[in-house]
Ligand binder design. Sequence first.
Ligand SMILES: [Zn+2]
Length: 230
Amino acid sequence: MNADLQDVIALDTHDEALKKLDEQLAAAKALRPDAEQAVRDAEAALAQIKQEIRDALAESGRLNRDVNSYEQRKRGAHRALEMGSVDEDTADRQVAQVTEILDRLETEQLENMELQEALDDTLGARKGQLADAEQTLEEARAVAPPEIDRLQGLRDAEQGRRDATAAEVRRDLMIQYDLVRKRRKRAITFLDKDKACTSCMTMPPPGMIADARRGAVMVACKACRRWIVP
Ligand SMILES: [Zn+2]
């Protein structure tokens, strides 16, 4: 095989391996930020439900105070009636009005108690979610660094081999190689059983394929510019 083509194949193989390792490294590094974000989300959800519980308790206190104050008014109206200090119609109207308000307040108190029960259930669920997220983070912390170290080690070794190969390659070929990789992602292509370029599916002329097979020169696909590995 053509010596330049052998260099290009070696470079392309190293660069593909580096690309794959970079993807794996990115995935391994993303593991921890994801888990940390999940813990922050769970903490925020827990804080929110705690605030809702505080609001419901404050509302309960307000309702209790209102009930006490209207019950006092109701007793006052009854007392005034007994003492004959107001006329009966006025006292009856006041009592009826206050009773209606008290009925409404009692309904609100019941609704508030139901809300508090539901919030307590949600609080339990959110505490569980936070515990799960913290556990996931702990596991990710235990697993991620060795995995990142391992991948980084593989990557460093691959980069070393790539650099050693690149040092042996002619400068003009190196420039061409980088250009093709940049534009086409891969620098090399193959021929399928019908002798079509496997990258762009065009059919190189038979003379070109014969040249590639003889190996005297490197031959690039005319359509996609990748070098043909015969
Ligand atoms: Zn092609």
